[in-house]
Design a protein around this ligand. Structure first.
Ligand SMILES: O=C[C@H](O)COP(=O)(O)O
Length: 335
């Protein structure tokens, strides 16, 4: 049942958190409005390709276990609730450090697996930093008036600075959707650039809230403008929109990332978030990334799932892989 050498290779670098990453940060570039205007998205072709993907890309047995361990290493294990407490965050961090039961990992010939990061609101940063001390697991904080992003702009910048001062290594900002909906690319670029500057050395993920952007073409253009302004990651959703991560949006954003890399040589990361809760869906996302961007993007410094409940289903599937039966819920508690 243990993984073979090549399957192990698929799971590697789960401990490669941001401080050890050698990939140069995207410095951004001048706003190129001609490029933005040229961007198109063929919705029906995109939807056709995505509809065919889950059936075409099914992985089985030990390959499936290897892909699931890879997915675990790329999860931003998230809690973003109004009733979050330091204790809940402490339990979440314990799960981030040991996301899969030791006996399951042992049976697969693995050890040392952690999630990619823990993602919390600003007030929970100190609890997360303390719980994760010495692990190398980064703390990500949602910011800038998350989820709507409509608080006064100077307060949004201040929020970023305070989260960085509190110890967050990554800041997930939300963009102003109205700048996209009105085609005000200058305003989006300036906003993103100032937010990136406020982050300093902390990496910035730009949440586009794609479910509120009106069209796939807008998603493609907003992705490009955020990368031009220096985003380290582009992220689909807050998890609070009525439509969150989808495969068509993912395809559009991955192609924008590829175009940006082809033109600038800088790799920008991708984070689908919101509503990804099934192991099978996680594998479909990983397969799409592998096909569109290649293996380099399947590492935690360039790919994350924003998810609160995905890990539970992955554990269930790993149990099933080993024993042929699904474990009772209490054996895989989620914080
Ligand atoms: O960024 C992460 C999302 O808020 C998590 O969404 P979820 O609770 O639907 O997994």
């Amino acid at each position: 049942m243990a993984l073979t050498t090549s399957e192990h290779a698929q799971t590697q670098t789960h401990t490669a958190h941001l401080p050890q990453v050698t990939e140069p940060r995207n410095p951004g570039m001048a706003l190129d409005l001609d490029w933005v205007a040229r961007v198109q998205a063929n919705t029906s072709a995109i939807e056709r390709r995505c509809a065919a993907l889950p059936a075409r890309r099914s992985v089985k047995k030990t390959h499936q276990a290897a892909w699931l361990l890879k997915a675990v290493s790329c999860i931003d294990l998230t809690t973003l609730s109004g009733d979050d407490t330091e204790m809940r965050v402490g339990r979440l961090c314990a799960k981030a450090k040991h996301p899969v039961r030791a006996e399951v990992l042992q049976a697969l010939g693995m050890d040392g697996l952690t999630t990619g990061a823990v993602c919390v609101y600003h007030e929970m940063i100190p609890a997360a930093v303390q719980a994760l001390q010495g692990t190398g697991i980064p703390v990500a904080a949602v910011s800038t008036g998350f989820p709507a992003g409509l608080s006064p702009f100077h307060l949004r910048l201040q929020e970023i600075k305070e989260s960085v001062a509190a110890g967050a290594h990554e800041i997930d900002i939300v963009i102003s959707r109205r700048h996209v909906l009105t085609g005000n690319w200058h305003a989006l670029y300036d906003e993103m650039k100032q937010m990136r500057d406020a982050c300093g050395d902390a990496h910035v993920k730009a949440i586009l809230a794609t479910g509120e952007l009106g069209s796939l073409r807008n998603v493609a253009r907003a992705s490009l403008v955020c990368m031009m302004a220096g985003a380290d990651f582009i992220k689909t959703s807050t998890g609070k929109e009525s439509v969150n991560a989808t495969l068509p949006v993912t395809l559009v954003m991955l192609r924008a990332i590829r175009d940006y890399f082809d033109r600038t040589g800088y790799r920008v990361g991708y984070k689908p978030a919101g509503g990804i809760s099934k192991a099978k869906d996680a594998i479909t996302y990983l397969a799409l990334i592998k096909e569109e961007l290649g293996d380099r993007w399947l590492q935690p410094d360039l790919f994350r799932f924003g998810a609160s409940s995905l890990l539970g289903d992955i554990e269930r599937q790993l149990d099933h892989h080993l024993t042929g039966a699904y474990a009772a819920g209490y054996r895989n508690p989620m914080g």
